[in-house]
Structure formats: C-alpha cells, structure tokens
Design a protein around this ligand. Structure first.
Ligand SMILES: NC(=O)c1ccc[n+]([C@@H]2O[C@H](COP(=O)([O-])OP(=O)(O)OC[C@H]3O[C@@H](n4cnc5c(N)ncnc54)[C@H](O)[C@@H]3O)[C@@H](O)[C@H]2O)c1
Ligand SMILES: CCCCC[C@H](O)CC\C=C/C=C/C=C/[C@@H](O)[C@@H](O)CCCC(=O)O
Length: 256
C-alpha cells in the first residue's frame, strides 16, 4: 500500500511513539489525524508539523479513547474533512497499576472502542474502502512483567483482540488488515510518568533492569509500523521489536 493520499488516524499521537508514527506517515505522503487528551502537546506538535509538511496535511483533535462521544466526533470529522479513514493506529496507553481499571479502560477498552467505531467508516461491506489497523501492544503483551500485572493483561488483550479481528475481518470480507507491534522499552516520557504508578509491585521494578540496557528510539517503532501498513501481505501479524530487530511471533495452532 502506498501512503500517498491515504488518511491515517493515530491515537496518543501528541508524544512519544504516536508522534513518531505520525511523522513517518507524513514523510511518506499520508494525511494524519492526531488524537490525544493532551491538548497543549497536540497543538504544539500540529504547529511543528504544519511548518514541515503544510497546514493541510494534518489535524489535531482532543480525543480520549475512553469516550465514545469523543471517538465518534473525531472519526466523523476525519471523514468530513479528509474524506476517508485508511489507516488506524491504536497507540494511546498508560501504566497505572494503582488505577488498574483506568489502565484497562484506556489500553484495551480504548483499542476496542476506537476499532469498532472506525470499522463503520472503513469496512468495505458498509461502503468503506478497507485499509489497515496497527495496534501498539508491548513485550508485556507476550511475556507478562511481574511489576505490572494489570498492564501486562491489557497488552496481552491487545494482541488477542488484534489476532481475532484479523481473522474476523478476513472471514467477513471487511477489506481491513490488522497487525500488532510489541516493543521492548522505548525512550519516551512513558517512564518518567510511570515510575510512581507501580503501586503494590513497585518493589519489583529492579527485576526488569536487564531489559532496559538500550531503550529503542520511537523512530524504530514507527518504521516497523510503516512496514506493517505498506506490506499488503501482512495480516494478523504480531511483531516483537527488540534491540536485535523485529521478529514475527508464532502461536500454537489447532489447540481445539
Ligand atoms: N515507552 C515504552 O517503553 C513502551 C514500550 C512498549 C509499548 N509501549 C506502548 O506504546 C504506547 C505509546 O507509549 P509512549 O511510550 O509513546 O508513551 P507516552 O506517554 O510518551 O505517550 C502516550 C500518549 O498517549 C496519550 N494518552 C493517554 N491517555 C489517553 C487517552 N485516554 N486518550 C488519548 N490519548 C491518551 C498521552 O497523552 C500521550 O501523549 C502505549 O500504548 C504504551 O503502552 C511503550
Ligand atoms: C516497567 C514496565 C513498563 C512496561 C512498558 C513497556 O510496555 C515494556 C517495556 C519493556 C521493558 C521494560 C523495562 C523496564 C525497566 C525498569 O527496570 C526501569 O528501567 C523502568 C524505570 C521506571 C522508573 O523510572 O522507575
């Protein structure tokens, strides 16, 4: 899939990995809708992107992935202004073990909420043009991290939801591919805000130290997302992204 003229929606786009995904899509010719709850950071990024790519290439909308109302309004505005939704990156996420219900609501609920509403616009069977969804999970979605069980559960959920949606979409002829990336630690603000949020298992943080030898750059994650968007053969893929590169994860088959 060439990105020229395509429309991408990215959640959690104001900072970190989401920002890097938005930038690489713009560099490759797409129009990008930046969704985030952080309005100052989103507006500031939009200003910077306007200087680099032109005002008509991106939109910023304040949108919480916890809110059906926000999501419906943001996706309808996207279609009204840019004409379609071709690419969706469900990337917004938090880690607050001491508020695990919010962590579930954003990290897993947000992915499901956003996906189901976007399907109404993208699904070929309901007049959409098809497209591709790439979700941001984590290495914690494949190998549960002992310091953050609830976060790990949400990220396992994102992997499962993506794989099930890929199969459901193919079987239903929606024309939408679904893939998921599972990065190890990435150099973003994520860790500056999570350190106080481990709650009852904060004493176990040190056990993760060896995994933190080299944090990935957000651009490395964005390149991996771009590959999954552009390669039309990729559907239902789970990609582990670590310091040694990317690895397509395989799962047991025919269990029942
Ligand atoms: N940084 C890492 O080490 C790492 C590793 C693996 C996976 N991840 C995942 O990558 C994703 C992005 O993380 P990051 O490192 O860029 O973090 P980040 O904190 O830099 O960025 C996350 C963005 O999500 C936004 N956000 C939070 N709640 C939201 C909501 N309800 N609705 C919309 N936007 C919301 C924040 O405002 C922020 O801009 C997350 O899903 C995270 O779990 C991060
Ligand atoms: C801490 C886990 C949060 C999960 C975030 C990602 O989804 C997965 C990242 C993969 C590996 C994590 C390594 C963590 C290392 C820690 O020892 C430490 O460096 C984290 C620092 C947090 C703090 O500032 O206290």
């Amino acid at each position: 899939m060439s990105l020229g003229g395509k429309v991408a929606v990215v959640t959690g786009a104001a900072k970190g990995i989401g920002k890097a995904i938005a930038e690489i899509f713009l560099q490759n010719g797409a129009k990008v809708v930046l969704l985030d709850v952080d309005e100052p950071a989103g507006k500031s990024l939009k200003y910077d992107l306007d200087q680099q790519f032109g005002e008509d290439r991106s939109l910023f909308m304040k949108c919480s992935v916890e809110s059906d109302e926000d999501i419906k309004a943001a996706l309808q505005s996207t279609v009204d202004i840019f004409g379609s939704i071709d690419i969706l990156c469900n990337n917004a996420g938090i880690l607050k073990e001491d508020d695990w219900e919010k962590t579930i609501s954003i990290n897993l609920g947000g992915v499901i909420r956003m996906t189901y509403t976007a399907l109404e616009h993208m699904n070929k069977r309901s007049g959409g043009q098809g497209g591709v969804v790439v979700n941001t999970s984590s290495v914690a979605g494949l190998d549960p991290l002992l310091s953050c069980p609830a976060y790990s559960a949400t990220k396992h959920g994102v992997v499962a939801f993506t794989r099930a949606m890929a199969a459901a979409s193919s079987a239903s002829e929606y024309g939408i591919r679904f893939n998921v990336i599972c990065p190890v630690r990435v150099q973003t603000d994520f860790f500056s805000s999570v350190s106080q949020n481990f709650g009852r298992f904060s004493h176990l943080l040190g056990a993760l130290q060896k995994s933190s030898e080299r944090a990935l750059d957000p651009s490395e994650v964005a390149e991996c997302v771009l590959d999954l968007v552009m390669d039309e053969m990729k559907n239902g893929e789970t990609v582990l992204l670590s310091q040694s590169g990317k690895k397509y994860v395989t799962f047991p088959q025919n269990l029942w």
